[in-house]
Design a protein around this ligand. Structure first.
Ligand code: PHE
Ligand code: FE
Length: 275
């Protein structure tokens, strides 16, 4: 008999069914959590670390969304909703536009600790939710959802998706102590958390909205270029204008390869494999 609790609803949400996680699954969360704590202490931005602390996303095991939602709702009005996996673009954007973050419930297997291509609960919850505790970032994500619905209608989603990729997923930020990580795809990966800051291979380039929207990205390897914001106010302010004219402008411009450095770039570190 099918389990009614896991049947998709119209908005693709399901129940997390927290009591159903096994001891082994909680153990995988704890392992991932502990090793990231160690690595991120001096590498993640203060906003991420504060969000993580505020959620008490703890070492005890996979968190119950109901508990997180009480804290997240009080902080910024966001809610985590459980989904079975990637959802269609329009559904995803509609959730974000309503301050709902779709998160998967399953956790990777013990032999996938270092890499898995699809998002799991460790990526979605440990990686994304702490930043949603930050008021500016919380507003940015909602604006992105609204912008996504608009970009879909304008046939420019590929441009906007690059912005998400190079900020929400793989963004770096300056801090008095040096460059720090805020991107969720990085903080949920042990290897990339070290690589993005310490490897001489990738480029580190100052944030530039239109430049990012021209830049292709890699989905199956560490990034060839990272873009560094000054602070979250800069990111929010740069993305406030109506993007419709930008999309028109971009149609006349060529795309850039992931590793390309251009004349207009403010290069903080030139990768040693750059063209
Ligand atoms: N201002 C953008 C638009 O008009 C929407 C957006 C906001 C996109 C924030 C990304 C981030 O399309
Ligand atoms: Fe993600």
């Amino acid at each position: 008999m099918s389990d009614l609790k896991t049947l998709p609803r119209d908005d693709f949400t399901i129940e997390q069914d927290w009591p159903a996680y096994s001891a082994e699954e909680h153990g995988i969360w704890r392992t991932l959590f502990h090793r990231q704590q160690e690595i991120l202490r001096e590498r993640a931005c203060p906003e991420f670390l504060a969000g993580l602390a505020g959620l008490g996303v703890a070492a005890d095991g996979i968190p119950d969304f109901r508990r997180l939602n009480a804290l997240l709702g009080a902080a910024t009005g966001w809610t985590i909703v459980a989904v079975p996996g990637l959802v269609p673009d329009d559904v995803f954007f509609a959730h974000l536009a309503n301050r709902r973050f779709p998160a998967t419930c399953f956790i990777r297997r013990a032999d996938q600790l270092d890499y898995l291509q699809e998002p799991d609960i460790f990526h979605d919850v440990y990686g994304h939710v702490p930043m949603l505790m930050n008021p500016i970032f919380a507003d940015y994500m909602q604006a992105y959802g609204k912008g996504g619905l608009k970009a879909l209608g304008l046939g420019s989603l590929n441009r906007l998706a690059r912005l998400y990729w190079y900020t929400v997923e793989f963004g770096l930020i300056r801090s008095p102590a040096g460059i720090r990580i805020y991107g969720s795809g990085i903080v949920s990966s042990k290897g990339e958390s070290i690589y993005c800051l310490e490897s001489p291979v990738p480029n580190r380039i100052a944030f530039d909205l239109l430049r990012i929207m021209r830049t292709e990205y890699r989905i199956d390897d560490f990034q060839a270029s990272y873009f560094v914001i000054d602070d979250f106010d800069q990111l929010f302010a740069a993305t406030q204008p109506d993007f419709s004219p930008y999309y028109v402008q971009l149609q006349a411009m060529s795309d850039l390869g992931p590793e390309t450095v251009t004349l207009g770039d403010t290069v903080l570190h030139r990768g040693n494999s750059a063209r």
